[in-house]
Structures are given as C-alpha cells and as structure tokens.
Design a protein around this ligand. Sequence first.
Ligand code: F6R
Length: 365
Amino acid sequence: DKANYRHFMAKEIHEQPEVIGQTLAHYVDIANESVALPQELPFNFNEIGHISITACGTAGYAGHIAKYWFERLARLPVELDVASEFRYREAPMRKGDLAVFISQSGETADTLAALRYAKSQGLHTLSIVNVQSSTIARESGTVLQTLAGPEIGVASTKAFTCQLVVLAALAVAAGKARGELSESDEIDLVRALIEIPRLVTAALASEPQIEKLARDIAKSRDVLYLGRGTSFPLALEGALKLKEISYIHAAGYAAGELKHGPIALVDESVPVIVIAPCDRLFEKTISNMQEVAARGGKIILITDASGAAEVSKDALATIVLPKMGTTFTPIVYAIPVQLLAYHTASLMGTDVDQPRNLAKSVTVE
Ligand code: F6R
C-alpha cells in the first residue's frame, strides 16, 4: 500500500525518520547514551586484524561509507569489494578476521557466494540484512537486522540509511572494544546518532526546492556527483540512484579525482551535484567546486547554513541541511540525494518503482 504517495519509493523515502529511529533503538541504549548491540558477538574486535566488507550496488556504498567509520573510530583497516569480483578473486584471507556482508534482500547471489567463500576461509561472518528469513541471514555467523520494514521500490532508500545506522553502531562498538574510543567519545557519537531521525525529518523539508531543481536535471544528458571522505561513496550512490530510475547518465567521483579526467566533461550543460557538509574536508571540496564553476558547470551544492554562507555565490542552487556533527553526515545527506533522483524520474514519467531491466532481488549472477 502506497498510502497517499504516488510511488513506493516516495513513501519509503518519507518513512526514514521512523525506520531509522526503530533501527537505532535496536542498537543503542538511548537512556544511557551507549551502544548496545542486540546480541553478544562471537568474536572480539581486539583480535580482528582486518575487516572485509562485501556487497552489491547501494548496499556496497553503505559498506564503502562504513570503511571510513571503522578506520577512523576503531583504527581497523577495511577492505571493500563488490561481491561479483570478490567471489572469484580468491583473495587471501586471515582465519579469525571478520567478513561483513550487507544485503537488503539477503538473497543476492554474488553476496551469498562471497559469504560462503569467507566461511570456507575460516573468517567470522557478520551480515546486515533487512529480510531476517533470507538465505544470507541463515548462513551467517552473526546477523544484524535493519528494521526498515519491507522495501518495495526497486531503488533502495530506507534500507540504505538503516544499513548505515547499523554499521555506525557497529563501528562505535568496535572502537570501544579496541580502546580507541573513550566513554565520553562514545556518548558524543551515540548522541549524534540519536539526533538523526530529527535531522532526517528536517532534510525532508528540502523537498519543494528539490522538486524545482529536478526540472533542470531532467533536461540533462549527464550529471556528475562529487564528494570527499564519506561524501564520496554517497556521491557514487547519488549517481546510481539517478541513473537507475531516470535513465540519465550519471557518475560519482571523489572530488579530488576531478582534475584527473572527469573535469573534461564539464560545460554549461552539465549539472554537478557537490556534497559538502562542513567537515574537515569542506575547503578542499569547495576548491574543486570552484574549478567546476570556472568552467561554467551548473553547481547544486548540498551543505549546511555555515557552508552556504561561505560559498553559495558559486552555486546555481544550494540545498541547506541542518547543522550536525561531522561523523554521520551521509545518513542525513542521503535524503536530498534520493529526492533529487526521485523527482527527476517522476517528472520524466519513468516507472520509478520498477525501472526497466532491474529486479529487486538479484538471485542470479
Ligand atoms: C540500487 C539497488 C541495488 C541493490 C543491490 C543489492 O538502488 O537497490 O543496487 O542495492 O542489488 O541488493 P541487496 O541489498 O538486496 O543485496
């Protein structure tokens, strides 16, 4: 049931404050401002040397964001793979390390094959799934569930942000177990997580502005997405979301890679979505944005009020999100990125919930 929405995707985007809140309540102790995983883990983060994270598509981008979190909060090196490559690469793996798999459906053939390979190599396996009764859940050593509820739209939205919430809680748990985070660090991080449903609600208020911007995007042939740090995988996710439902070609890049090739694409006809929360990489991203502006690129900047005050003049439009701590920004910045794809596709009249050639659950390789 689509409630009062035109598409399941719109409904699922709007459900995010609620389902993120539900997922969060499952992984943190809100009253104590501490991480509280629903079950004890059968391994000790202190004894893990590396994490390997494997998934496909949007779930893979959630893993890519989590790589930054595990490395920064727990000083744990993370190797990230798309499952279709990992399964055939015969990567050397160390027995006793941790392999993490992320899947909304829990049935993705490549991710399942990757899980079986990691198990055969003697790794601890942990899966983050939305469908508790799925094959990946059944075969994993540890299952952490996202409480996103059924996701019907083929383009993943609420499952993605709920995956990020679980990964964030897990990274904080790892940092704590490894003595990299103090008790007060943990409190600060958990407080930041608890704020997210409210921030997501505030981000949803940018929808009327985004609907207008989508008219311009809908006329484009190519769209670029740029970001640094955790905004880089979110740029990849933004580009995937736009192309899969609007069929407009889009590509995401690490902002620093721009001058190594993609800037050649920029002219007055190319919208460039710049994802730049006010974090320690803000100035760097902005200097890349100014290179785009100098070549006539049509910039849509996504930032907060202080970022906007500093640099809005270079942008055609600025989507202003609420001010927040810097660690978990992708969970909130995902909202305008999803809305931009949704409204562009919806204006173009494509089949938003069932885009051509795609299936919700990819059970064949
Ligand atoms: C994109 C999308 C896909 C899935 C991918 C993995 O919007 O939904 O890229 O993320 O097919 O699916 P799951 O998470 O079910 O393994």
